[in-house]
Design a protein around this ligand. Structure first.
Ligand SMILES: Cc1ncc(COP(=O)(O)O)c(C=O)c1O
Length: 392
């Protein structure tokens, strides 16, 4: 038995005819950058996300960078970001010579802790970037409240969360002022290279985003502002257009796999109580708490499981063991921003963000892609059980 972390070939095989046709259509058109494929994809996203404007861009990282440029971030401005995310969330801030100001995360969702934001606001603060990490919505209500109170822009890093619904039914990425998505191949909706999307309901921001995607030119060769080359290829747009109608099904498949994992971990006596944030001695695995229900037991928050993340003890030893059993895993992410070498000049110290530090030491991503069989999921959980039985 083998369980790779991700196997994209299965998805390609299932859609091969349509995808190959789309690639050939672009080849025959010889229209490679922006153009009708991209415009058509953008329209599809306006409908899918229920948002006024959407703009295909060159990557999720460029989506964030473009968003910061479009809101006029200048050197010395401060942007509040969680210390625990993929590097791009903070990297784009520093690339504009602005300052990433870090918050800790919530121990259950591993998303930005809204209680840690307000105390970080200074007269130089311009924006907040909450990240919907692993495909689960951040608690946006308190963040929007703080942002409105202090007149800050909210840029949602929804790179891992395309199709995730917030508890009120809105799609994440459409709640703040600008939403940013990634089509990196390992995302729930991945293209055949790099690609991304920016969305907004704000006409003024849209104007800035639109012209800054092509070096700030309007009309062509007359540059109002300095932008960049943030264009997406027609090939990527054509691929995404084929895949988008399948996205909710795939995310549903991931959710079903997550439910199976939960059941198996519980059956084998490995799981801590739901929502627990620290380990007791007996049970070894903290499961993701993914769906919130209100008092009427109505589901309020869907997770799309771009990653299925559990927290475990003896993480690195477990990972080595699973590797030896042909089970693919990954650590997202081993080092929070405040202890990254490149951010040493921000002046943070180890110990300053205890939740992020403890999460970074204990998270492990298990295979979750929709085409996994129950047999494979069972094999993964049985091997985890075997590991802990051996070392006990
Ligand atoms: C949270 C987060 N932000 C930003 C990005 C950047 O996206 P891309 O890899 O498309 O540049 C990613 C992608 O891995 C991500 O996971």
């Amino acid at each position: 038995m083998q369980v790779p972390l991700l196997d994209l070939k299965i998805q390609y095989k299932a859609l091969k005819n349509e995808l190959d046709e789309a690639l050939i259509r672009v080849a025959e058109s010889q229209y490679f950058i922006l153009g009708p494929e991209v415009e058509s994809m953008e329209k599809d996203f306006c409908d899918y996300l229920n948002v006024k404007h959407s703009l295909g861009v060159s990557s999720g990282t460029d989506a964030l960078l473009l968003a910061l440029m479009a809101i006029g971030i200048k050197p010395g401005d401060e942007v509040i970001v969680p210390t625990f995310s993929f590097f791009a969330t903070a990297g784009v801030v520093s690339r504009l010579n602005a300052v990433p100001v870090l918050t800790d995360i919530d121990p259950v969702t591993m998303n930005m802790d809204p209680n840690d934001i307000e105390k970080k606001i200074t007269p130089r603060t311009k924006a907040i970037i909450p990240v919907h990490l692993y495909g689960q919505s951040t608690d946006m209500d308190p963040i929007m409240k703080i942002a409105n109170k202090h007149k800050l822009i909210v840029i949602e890093d929804a790179a891992q969360a395309i199709g995730t619904q917030y508890k009120d039914g809105r799609m994440v990425g459409t709640i703040g002022h600008i939403g940013c998505f990634s089509f990196f191949p390992s995302k729930n909706l991945g293209c055949f290279g790099d690609g991304g999307l920016v969305v907004t309901n704000d006409d003024k921001l849209w104007d800035n985003l639109y012209i800054m995607r092509v070096h700030g030119a309007k009309p062509k060769y007359y540059h109002k502002v300095i932008g960049g080359n943030f264009r997406i290829d027609a090939i990527q747009a054509a691929v995404i257009k084929v895949k988008l109608p399948h996205l909710d099904n795939w995310s549903g498949g991931r959710r079903k796999n997550a439910e199976t994992y939960t059941r198996l971990f519980k059956d084998r006596g490995l799981a801590q109580e739901e929502g627990r944030t620290s380990f007791d001695n007996m049970n070894k695995v903290l499961l993701p708490k993914a769906v919130y229900k209100d008092k009427a037991q109505k589901v309020k928050n869907y997770h799309i499981y771009n990653q299925y993340i559990i927290r475990v003890q003896q993480r690195d030893e477990l990972r080595d063991f699973l590797g030896s059993q042909k089970i693919g895993t990954e650590i997202y992410y081993p080092v929070p921003f405040h202890v990254q070498e490149c951010f040493a000049d921000l002046g943070y110290k180890n110990g300053e963000f205890p939740v992020s530090e403890s999460v970074a030491e204990s998270t492990i991503a298990l295979p979750i892609y929709p085409e996994l069989s129950e047999e494979q999921l069972t094999y993964v959980v049985d091997k985890i059980k075997e590991f802990y039985t051996k070392i006990d």
